[in-house]
Design a binder for this molecule. Sequence first.
Ligand SMILES: NC(=O)c1ccc[n+]([C@@H]2O[C@H](COP(=O)([O-])OP(=O)(O)OC[C@H]3O[C@@H](n4cnc5c(N)ncnc54)[C@H](OP(=O)(O)O)[C@@H]3O)[C@@H](O)[C@H]2O)c1
Length: 387
Amino acid sequence: MARVSTPLAALALAVLLPAAVAQPSSCGPPGQSRKVVVTEFDLTNPKIEVQTSDIVFAAPGEVLIHVRARPIHPADSFSVKGVYPGFRPESLPAVPGLEGMGVVAQLGKGTKELCPDIKVGMRVVPDWLDPATPRSWQDYVAVNCSNVVKIPGPVSDLSASQLLVNPMTVMGMLETLVPVDPEDKSSVYILQSAGGSALGRMLIQLARHLGYKTISTVRRCEQAEELKKIGADHVICTATDKVVDSVFNITSGMGAWGAVDAVAGEMTGLLQDSVKANGKVLAYGALEGLAYKGSVVSSLFRAVNVEGFWLQLWWLSLSHAQRKERMEGVLAFMAAGVLSTHNGRVFNLDDAKSAIADEARQGRSSDGKTFMITAAKCLMQGIKEEL
Ligand SMILES: NC(=O)c1ccc[n+]([C@@H]2O[C@H](COP(=O)([O-])OP(=O)(O)OC[C@H]3O[C@@H](n4cnc5c(N)ncnc54)[C@H](OP(=O)(O)O)[C@@H]3O)[C@@H](O)[C@H]2O)c1
């Protein structure tokens, strides 16, 4: 089989990775795709190793993507422990990894006709939330070409790699809390817990862009200044301030329009008591544990109820066109500087254990997301560009 090298792809990444990002040195063996696999689930000491297998080339209608950058999310950490409902492999070992970005390395048979805009060397993000898309903690994935969006030039690899999980959750929750754009946006205060998280920072930026105000809680008071710098309107430090009193003071007695809660435990009830009558609290995380304390008074007499929000369910309720529209919309926000990401340390894919440990570090959210990357030079030379 004739093979053609892809210097364009290598050049594209060399130019687009930010200079601050250390270029890891090791690559897998030629012709092989490295994969980080979970071999045994365990809450405290999950077993993870790096294995290699032959690259699976693009089938008809598919593109082969050389995955270059992958953020590590709390749900990835839950995945390797075996407690994330979105990662239920039929058997182990299995590759986890919720999302990432990469470069098109190969077009399958007929792909050029089906997806004429997709070219080899292009930086792309596939729809990782589509159940048919493979997981991202590996060097290569083959995906349906219609499920891929192009990354605009100004958006860095690390930003684009976080396109789906957090920004789409923010979009979905804002659309759920404020389904119709109110005439008077000055009354729309969105209250959130764990405001210093990567997702919380995105909520602050997107809510501001839409004309809503935010009230964010943080457990470390030093994060208040960090969040104000990115446009937070109000920050409540739970170590020193009372949540409900503070929210009613800020909103001149109105209460927040609605709230989103990543923490659970006591926090859920505090948010519920801080929301105006007929508003709602969306519970979307369990950073404090799986149980939450709700308020009967707020749900019974003020009709403020707690609902769950899980991105996967919301995403799959959208049409294919709506999903692509949102992916391109968030990339446009990133390109325009409306949405900036908060990027932390970068590890080689081979060094998954260190990367996972870094993600779990307390206070890590002040440094930003942790990533695993594959260097551009690891793209297999001579890969056939079109099948
Ligand atoms: N439902 C969904 O579909 C969905 C989708 C995406 C994300 N999520 C959830 O969203 C949350 C945030 O994700 P992320 O990627 O933005 O996380 P992240 O950047 O890793 O940040 C986690 C944040 O949570 C704070 N935190 C951790 N434990 C806490 C606790 N017990 N009480 C108060 N704050 C605590 C951390 O504070 P410190 O800096 O002080 O450690 C940090 O600011 C996670 O729970 C994730 O699972 C849910």
